[in-house]
Write a new protein. Structure first.
Length: 202
């Protein structure tokens, strides 16, 4: 496989790029390896609607256990700098040889390309360089299935997320929806159901 789906989710202080990333979670779909980082802010723009959804306590945003963006970015970049053994085909002959190649991660999630990655590219550029330009939007896959089967998109999406909830609770029992890492597990579960691919960790 020349790429690995990477479930990615962020929580933000507003729904537009005037806001900031509050937290980011990533989960490798193939083996379940994950990272979760909360971002430290001394000041930032917030919207009541966004803060109500993500339930972040504004009094802890400057907690010294969190990471400033300039520290979080290289941490995520390091996690995403991974290598695996691949196969190189010799053009002038039938022989093959093993090579070591860098893993290419493709962001995967709900609206991940239009929303999450716009924040990642702006605020975490080193991390963004490790991610593919294209993304796997789960909404698009569900729309395709709804069109094919004649089922209602919203009912179908709700059903998939409900089925994936157990997957998220299995791996993050102490967390709830709208936590970045929990939502990564939800996305991984939905992707598994949509594709019929179930990695051993899932």
């Amino acid at each position: 496989m020349d790429f690995v789906p990477l479930s990615l989710d962020i929580e933000t202080s507003t729904s537009d790029l005037d806001g900031q990333i509050l937290s980011i979670g990533v989960v490798r779909f193939d083996n379940g390896e994950n990272r979760y980082i909360e971002i430290r802010h001394e000041k930032l723009v917030v919207s009541p609607e966004s803060m109500a959804v993500n339930r972040f306590n504004v009094t802890t945003l400057n907690d010294n256990k969190k990471y400033y963006l300039h520290l979080a970015d290289p941490l995520l970049q390091a996690f995403l700098t991974q290598y695996e053994e691949g196969t190189q085909i010799i053009v002038h002959g039938a022989a093959t040889s093993n090579i070591i190649k860098e893993v290419k991660f493709i962001p995967m999630g709900f609206n991940v390309g239009s929303f999450d990655m716009s924040f990642v590219r702006k605020y975490l550029p080193m991390t963004a360089e490790k991610l593919g330009y294209r993304s796997i939007d789960l909404n698009a896959l569900i729309f395709a299935e709804a069109y094919k089967t004649g089922k209602n998109f919203y009912n179908l999406k709700r059903s998939y997320k409900k089925s994936a909830f157990d997957c998220a609770k299995k791996h993050a029992s102490e967390l709830e929806p709208h936590h970045a890492l929990f939502d990564c597990y939800i996305a991984s579960g939905v992707f598994s159901l949509l594709t019929g691919i179930k990695p051993s960790w899932l």
